[in-house]
Design a protein around this ligand. Structure first.
Ligand SMILES: [Zn+2]
Length: 93
């Protein structure tokens, strides 16, 4: 049975789903009996969800998209869907 420090050290690997099954079982069993670690894992899991949602809502600057297309050797504006510019004024805090 690992102590709290060992368990928290695996936190990011655990949340990334990159922990081997055996190690996951060890962490899981520790979280079963340790409320402190369970709350820490919950907190970081939620934090990552919020950050991921924020990153998704970021818009790419138009110039960057052209550069990326150039890197892939495509003619910018040759074919493909063009998104109409619409002002995003949604603000639900
Ligand atoms: Zn613990």
């Amino acid at each position: 049975m690992p102590d709290c420090n060992e368990t928290l050290r695996e936190l990011y690997t655990f949340l990334d789903d990159e922990l081997p099954a055996t190690a996951r079982t060890v962490v899981d069993s520790h979280l079963d009996g340790c409320l402190d670690c369970l709350q820490a894992f919950d907190f970081y899991a939620e934090l990552r969800t919020v950050i991921a949602a924020k990153c998704r809502s970021d818009e790419m600057p138009p110039g960057l998209m052209a550069k990326i297309e150039a890197c892939f050797g495509q003619d910018p504006g040759a074919a493909g869907p063009s998104t109409p510019a619409s002002p995003a004024a949604a603000d639900d805090g």
